[in-house]
Design a protein around this ligand. Structure first.
Ligand code: NAP
Length: 298
């Protein structure tokens, strides 16, 4: 905890490192039982520089955990049919337990069709409608990585979430909606805010837990928060500084929030590292489920 301010800083980087180590430690037993290591295939279409960095980092993390990483790079003008044919081949490849198609795809490709083409049991992103349905219905399935990581940080910090007032700001399929479903499943009382919400500040002021997944720099002000609230800042916004450099900021005004919150994730170093760690966790879970083995608790 920093001197002179109230909030504890939730160290997502350290938590993610521990999770990655636990995933890696579970690989030898899987290998002993099946004769192979879990495999993650990542498909990248086009030349988006940020996506290249994400894919490279995912490959490094996968190999560090002792798993097999298969990277498929396709040109930006690849047809949707060719991409779907690759996904079908990966669905049928027994050495591949997880398939991730890095988004965004070029505009001529339907992301919804690509997501729907992935075998739900290999859908380590958790974006397939079957997995969204499983989550909404309380059935076991693969859960999107970012909200899954947020839930782990919240439970590590707060223990039992039941009865707590939770506000999720954002209703995307990849963060907001699955986050709300996870919090409902954890017996929190959940409100979902979005761009049409009236008086966001009033909702924030009632929340014991605030998860901000918006994409608007420092939208949530410190003075809006309930004293002692736990704040999970998913936002990753690159802003320009007067000196021409850039800085990464979250959806929450961090310095202000430090004065009021009980605990808060920093940006960077909070939720971001959890996303890759949860991807490895999902790959391990998918591999065990496909092999008919009990999923280790992580
Ligand atoms: P998204 O698909 O653009 O969704 C943003 C959501 O915020 C929408 O539901 C939108 O409402 C809502 N919103 C926009 N302006 C608002 C406002 N003024 N007040 C309240 N709600 C507002 O974004 P996303 O993919 O969920 O990502 C959100 C943020 O998280 C981004 O900064 C992204 O970079 C970051 N992110 C980080 C990670 C990580 O690993 N750390 C992973 C994924 C995303 P409507 O639905 O009404 O439009």
């Amino acid at each position: 905890m920093a001197a002179g301010v109230g909030a504890a800083i939730i160290d997502g980087k350290a938590f993610a490192a521990g999770l990655r180590a636990r995933v890696g430690a579970a690989v030898p037993a899987f290998q002993a039982a099946t004769g192979r290591v879990p495999g993650l295939a990542v498909v990248l279409v086009g030349e988006d520089p940020a996506s290249h960095v994400y894919v490279r980092n995912k490959g490094i993390a996968t190999r560090e955990a002792g798993m097999a990483s298969f990277e498929h790079r396709l040109p930006a003008d690849v047809s949707e049919d060719e991409l779907l044919a690759l996904v079908a081949a990966l669905n049928g490849d027994d050495g591949v337990d997880g398939i991730l198609v890095q988004m965004p795809c070029p505009r001529h490709i339907s992301e919804a069709r690509v997501i729907a083409a992935v075998d739900p049991d290999k859908d380590v992103d958790g974006f397939h409608p079957v997995n969204a349905g499983r989550l909404a219905s309380g059935l076991p399935g693969l859960v999107p990585c970012t909200p899954s990581g947020c839930l782990m940080l919240l439970q590590d910090r707060l223990g039992d979430l039941s009865g707590l007032e939770a506000l999720v700001i954002g209703r995307s399929n990849i963060v907001g909606k699955p986050m709300a479903a996870l919090l409902v499943a954890a017996s929190a009382t959940v409100t979902v805010a979005h761009s049409r919400t009236r008086d966001l500040a009033a909702h924030v002021g009632r929340a014991d837990i605030v998860v901000a997944a918006v994409g608007v720099p420092e939208l949530v002000r410190g003075a809006w928060l309930k004293p002692g609230a736990t704040v999970i800042d998913v936002g990753m916004n690159r802003i320009a500084l007067p000196d021409g450099k850039t800085r990464l900021v979250g959806d929450v005004a961090f310095a202000e929030a430090l004065e009021v919150a009980g605990a808060i994730t920093p940006v960077p170093g909070g939720v971001g590292p959890m996303t890759i760690a949860c991807l490895l966790r999902n790959t391990l879970i998918a591999a065990h489920a496909r092999a008919g083995l009990a999923v280790p608790s992580l």
